[in-house]
Ligand binder design. Structure first.
Ligand SMILES: Cc1cc2nc3c(=O)[nH]c(=O)nc-3n(C[C@H](O)[C@H](O)[C@H](O)COP(=O)(O)OP(=O)(O)OC[C@H]3O[C@@H](n4cnc5c(N)ncnc54)[C@H](O)[C@@H]3O)c2cc1C
Length: 427
């Protein structure tokens, strides 16, 4: 085993996703000697811009910036990038064929279910304080009279976004997020795409790709990190790998992590998340089409090349049980099923013959992600701050640790990286 000549490192950051790059950038800008160890041959983690599939780059992972008052917007502005605003929710179309939600009759069951589900969602912070007895979002909706049909609509409108089922979402954890949420309702895409922001964040950093970390030893006065045939030594390390990777035991900790930390890691659920891209020879929808949803397997569709109305490209982003079901099927079957649902949504019969390309990416099959993003089931809200707690010289960041921000997001991951960097500098 070779000993790397990096004895003088202050901090080793494990993982070159949003959290790891944000942590390393902040540490380096503060004068620390820092290296980033990454398992994949690329940076970005669950942000992955694919530029080799035609005129429009596609985002296989994160695509939107959820909120104007976020660290992502702050960094995008520093980097001189362009924010294209998208109004998905007010432009939502529902049903087969999909119609603008505000054009449905006021007593339409889906319109009513979406409005009521959003209102209940927005009231969780008041209803579930830290001390509250927890329950699932499904239970909460049932308390408000949701029947199975209305629950199916809420599943698409709320749980799909969270990469979860209604039955496994903790109301206390969602309420905690709402209380600290400062992002605001506006949403954006980066015209230059997410990889541009990450490359800007990564400039001049010492990043070592293709090095899966398999063991971390805390010696009390230093840590050693084993990755491949290399051992790195530093004063401290920041672990930013997805919590599902930790739960799978991909990294051995010596001494073992505390019982509380291990219980916190085990508490999270990470469900499948899959993006399906369909290219056509021409746009088969009108210029105002931005976001459509229904109760099918391919529950949500949008225009990833927004704001270009002429882009003949659609994305169906599917999570949780729907993604688990589709992930088991071969490409050709999934393409056929997706096009059949799309023809109902668009109300036209030529969808399949106009399709010229298909691509999907299954995050559950990605060994360095092991799913989309993590959520906490009822009774487990304590696990988020516990996952973030420092153990000896080992700090923890990543979207799942974002207990004072929005987990499941890029800006939550960045905020957690900044938090871990501050902890290292204070230590
Ligand atoms: C399909 C999809 C769509 C999404 N859409 C959005 C969106 O529109 N907007 C939004 O804000 N968020 C979105 N998200 C969530 C967002 O992508 C994540 O919250 C965020 O990117 C997570 O960043 P992270 O740094 O915490 O983790 P990651 O990006 O996963 O980074 C962790 C890094 O650790 C590396 N790693 C893993 N194991 C090892 C190991 N053993 N050794 C070394 N390195 C290792 C990984 O390769 C990875 O690079 C989406 C996620 C998915 C999957």
């Amino acid at each position: 085993m070779s000993q790397s000549g990096s004895d003088r490192l202050d901090v080793v950051v494990i993982g070159a996703g949003a959290a790891g790059l944000a942590a390393a950038r902040a540490l380096r800008d503060a004068g620390a000697r820092v290296a980033v160890i990454e398992a994949r041959p690329r940076i970005g983690g669950r942000i992955w811009t694919e530029r080799s599939c035609g005129f429009y780059p596609i985002e296989l992972g994160a695509e939107l910036i959820h909120g104007a008052h976020t660290s992502t917007v702050e960094l995008a502005q520093q980097a001189g990038l362009t924010l294209d605003e998208v109004d998905r929710y007010n432009g939502l179309r529902w049903g087969t064929p999909a119609r603008p939600i505000h054009e449905l009759p006021p007593d339409d069951p889906a319109r009513q279910a979406i409005a009521r589900a959003r209102a209940i969602w927005n009231s969780l912070a008041e209803r579930y304080t830290d001390e509250s007895v927890d329950c699932s979002l499904a239970t909460e909706l049932c308390r408000h009279g949701f029947d199975p049909a209305a629950l199916a609509v809420a599943d698409v409108a709320l749980a799909q976004t969270c990469c979860a089922e209604l039955e496994t979402l903790s109301c206390v954890d969602l309420a905690r997020e709402q209380r600290v949420d400062q992002a605001g309702p506006r949403e954006f895409r980066l015209r230059e795409r997410y990889d541009t922001l990450l490359n800007w964040l990564a400039r001049n950093l010492d990043i070592r790709p293709g090095m899966p970390v398999r063991a971390i030893t805390d010696h009390g006065d230093a840590v050693t990190i084993e990755a491949g045939a290399t051992t790195l030594r530093a004063r401290r390390c920041v672990v930013t790998v997805p919590v599902a990777v930790l739960a799978a035991g991909a990294i051995r900790f010596n001494p073992p992590l505390s019982a509380t930390k291990r219980a916190a890691i085990a508490a999270f659920n990470t469900r499948p998340a899959t993006k399906h891209f369909f290219w056509f020879d021409t746009p088969l929808w009108d210029e105002d089409f931005a976001y459509a949803a229904h109760n099918g397997l391919f529950a949500r569709w949008w225009t990833p090349a927004h704001p270009d109305p002429a882009a003949p490209l659609l994305c169906s982003y599917v999570t949780a049980e729907r993604a688990a079901a589709l992930d088991r099927l071969p490409d050709a079957t999934v393409r056929e099923l997706g096009l059949a649902e799309l023809s109902w949504l668009l109300g036209r019969s030529d969808v399949a013959e106009r399709c010229v390309g298909f691509r999907r990416y299954r995050w559950a099959a990605d060994q360095y992600a092991r799913g989309g993003y993590a959520h906490l089931p009822p009774g487990m809200a304590w696990a988020r701050p516990a996952l973030a707690t420092v153990e000896g010289n080992i700090h923890f960041a990543g979207e799942a640790t974002a207990f004072t921000s929005n987990p499941q997001t890029v800006h939550g991951a960045i905020d957690s990286g900044w938090r871990a960097a501050r902890e290292c500098l204070e230590a």
